[in-house]
Design a protein. Structure first.
Length: 216
């Protein structure tokens, strides 16, 4: 009996850590028949600049571009950190807050400097993820997930990426009290996958991802 080929799902990212996280999330939900590839695994194509005013706008543009260029279903995530004391910034500018895209260390230093005189009770923040899934048949799905917490005074932990080392999640109903004051970079991959903004967004796309796998 011939095993059917898996459906290719393009994830519109070159961030190896983000791709690993997304692959773990899909695997943990038992979704089969879907083969995930990143942008570095497909021929280059023109990419629209991420100039949207919202995470949702940027995610959808990336997903539309990826699907149109490759013919694969495309999942795009646009995510970042919204800090209450900074009126929601860095927001969609999170990855390039210090001026150069993807410079995590510089971004952390700048944000911590901006928060240096903010008292503990005003250090609330939220990680936000908007995920867009576009299929060759013309389907478009855009969802959002938020992970509330607070900003600490300095980086702690070696796991995760981006602003994870300075973000302590709230103990909400999903964590069941398991966070215990640790930063997102101090959580295990399994703990982060169960609680993160990205997982909270992707849970809304699971039915569509299962349909993709079933159609392979």
């Amino acid at each position: 009996m011939t095993t059917p080929a898996a459906t290719t799902l393009l994830v519109a990212s070159r961030n190896a850590k983000k791709l690993t996280e997304l692959r773990r999330l899909v695997a943990s939900e038992g979704i089969s028949g879907v083969h995930i590839v990143g942008l570095d695994e497909v021929p280059p194509f023109p990419e629209t600049p991420e100039t949207g005013a919202t995470f949702e706008e940027n995610a959808l543009v990336k997903a539309v571009d990826g699907c149109a260029a490759t013919g694969f279903a495309c999942l795009a995530d646009d995510s970042g950190l919204e800090v209450d004391a900074l009126r929601g910034m860095p927001g969609v500018l999170s990855a390039r807050w210090a001026g150069r895209h993807g410079d995590d260390e510089a971004n952390l230093r700048l944000l911590l400097g901006q928060m240096s005189d903010v008292p503990a009770e005003r250090r609330g923040a939220a990680f936000v993820s908007a995920c867009a899934l576009v299929t060759p048949a013309g389907g478009q799905h855009v969802v959002r997930g938020e992970w509330r917490g607070r900003i600490v005074d300095g980086p702690l932990g070696d796991n995760g990426f981006g602003y994870d080392p300075i973000f302590v999640p709230d103990d909400d109903e999903l964590s069941g009290g398991s966070v215990a004051g640790r930063t997102a970079a101090q959580l295990s991959p399994a703990e982060k996958d169960a609680l993160s903004h990205r997982s909270r967004a992707l849970v809304h796309l699971l039915p569509v991802l299962r349909e993709l796998g079933a159609g392979s």
